[in-house]
Design a protein around this ligand. Structure first.
Ligand SMILES: Nc1nc2c(ncn2[C@@H]2O[C@H](COP(=O)(O)OP(=O)(O)O)[C@@H](O)[C@H]2O)c(=O)[nH]1
Ligand SMILES: [Mg+2]
Length: 447
């Protein structure tokens, strides 16, 4: 798993938010501290960390919640947005014009993962129906030729190299011509990049680029460098306007968060990330999705939309009333309908990372009894709906007759009602217990 430690820390910070009965300033402060600790441990630059968490702090308790959005959703969204923003926000895919030769050149210091990336990308695009070929212009490192040749063979893509040619520019030119003659659409050019310092690297890049005129130059940086990766990215960004970046070795690196955020801060788009030594261990980089995954909530967008759709509009008056335990059958029906629209409640809770134990029959009830309950309630008077306690045996008989159901069905409805009322009352008490409570939607155990 990519950035496992950071993901775990962020996820447990959010779990605290879900577990808390009430969301107040104190809780947000705690959340912000947890996030700061997690990011600093992932080697994210301290100024960046402050910017991210200041934003969270500022917006979390922002009074104006959009309609139908609960405080918890809002905060998760703020955290998520803030992280995405600092990872570059937008996904920028590699553009390939099919039917034409697209030359993409890899640069980067030795050992950063260029050759591995060329092999991975060749396979990635070949699989997606793009005719791909690779060129080895690394005439410096021993074994570079064999390394790339082998990778190319693994994916059955054409390879060009010449161990006797010592001039990298000539190699690149020849290789390009050969690939064009073969009708290759994506030509991946691997270079030596032997220089340890950025200035030398840039000079070499410019020499080769001048000769073969690549459509895109990709800097490959080692994610284990942490925020130091940003230094390379800055030099690169200043030297070319056709550049993008691949951050490698994010598997198992404790500093990957630092590398990603530092590179994103240079505004050079991160197009892929390397997530392992294997030939398939590469993925297109999408900041929003990546942030969601880090938070352990890859599905959160869908969930938020779902919850929003399912929100039953409830005014503050009735919210307060229900919290006090003044809960009518009509209220219950609204709650049940809300649950039904959200799908299996257990699944929803799981997506949120919630461990709230619901009485089993609530889940069953939503699926099976909703319709019957509605029919029964249609035979009740306004007075009975508002205060079901008055429904004793003779009324039960009447309602069952009127609705064409059994008396036991009516009793079942009343039993469920009592249970739900008790649960909400207990829930209301735990919420009132803390200072600065934010009134929320009094759904079942709040989302
Ligand atoms: N764990 C891990 N190792 C990688 C990744 N990318 C490259 N490597 C390893 O890093 C080392 C250097 O890679 P190489 O492609 O030869 O770097 P180059 O000198 O820039 O061409 C090799 O041992 C690769 O297996 C990655 O995403 N994850
Ligand atoms: Mg190499």
């Amino acid at each position: 798993m990519v950035l496992e430690a950071l993901g775990k820390a962020l996820n447990s910070a959010l779990k605290k938010l879900f577990g808390a009965g009430v969301i107040d300033e104190e809780l947000v402060k705690e959340l912000v501290k947890d996030i700061q600790r997690a990011l600093l441990q992932a080697d994210v630059d301290v100024n960046l960390v402050m910017q991210i968490t200041d934003r969270v702090q500022k917006l979390a308790l922002d009074e104006s919640l959009p309609r139908g959005v609960s405080r918890r959703e809002h905060i998760v969204k703020v955290v998520w947005d803030s992280l995405s923003y600092f990872l570059g926000e937008k996904a920028v895919p590699l553009t390939i014009n099919p039917g034409k030769p697209n030359l993409v050149m890899m640069v980067g210091i030795q050992g950063s993962g260029k050759t591995t990336c060329v092999g991975k990308l060749a396979r990635y695009y070949q699989k997606r129906g793009i005719k791909t070929g690779v060129i080895c212009a690394d005439n410096f490192r021993l074994g570079a030729y064999a390394q790339l040749k082998q990778l190319a063979e693994k994916s059955s893509v054409p390879f060009y190299g010449d161990e006797t040619e010592k001039n990298a520019v000539k190699l690149a030119k020849k290789g390009y011509q050969e690939m064009v003659s073969k009708g290759i659409e994506l030509i991946l050019l691997d270079t030596a990049g032997r220089h340890r310092e950025e200035a030398g690297l840039i000079k070499e890049m410019q020499e080769i680029a001048k000769a073969v005129n690549p459509q895109e130059i990709i800097l490959v940086v080692d994610g284990t460098l942490g925020q130091q990766a940003g230094v390379q990215a800055v030099a690169f960004k200043n030297a070319t306007d056709i550049g993008s970046i691949i951050v490698t070795k994010l598997d198992g690196s404790a500093k990957g968060g630092g590398a990603l955020s530092a590179v994103a801060a240079t505004q050079a788009p991160i197009k892929f990330i390397g997530t392992g030594e294997g030939i398939d261990a590469i993925e297109p980089f999408n900041p929003t999705k990546f942030a969601g995954r880090l938070l352990g909530m890859s599905d959160i967008k869908g969930l938020i939309e779902k919850v929003r759709e399912a929100q039953v509009e409830i005014d503050e008056e009735s919210a307060k009333r229900i919290m006090k335990g003044q809960f009518s059958l009509t209220d219950m029906m609204a709650q049940l309908k809300q649950l039904k629209k959200m799908g299996p409640i257990g699944k929803v809770m799981e997506m949120l990372g919630l461990k709230y134990k619901l009485p089993e029959n609530v889940a069953e009830l939503q699926e099976e009894n909703l319709k019957r309950f509605e029919v029964i309630m249609n035979s009740m008077t306004r007075e009975e709906l508002d205060d079901p306690r008055i429904i004793k045996s003779s009324r039960i008989r009447r309602v069952a007759m009127g609705s064409g159901t059994r008396q036991s069905d009516v009793k079942e409805l009343l039993k469920q009602y009592e249970q739900m009322k008790k649960m909400l009352k207990a829930f209301g008490k735990s919420r009132r217990g803390r200072r600065g409570a934010v009134p929320g939607v009094p759904g079942l155990p709040g989302i």
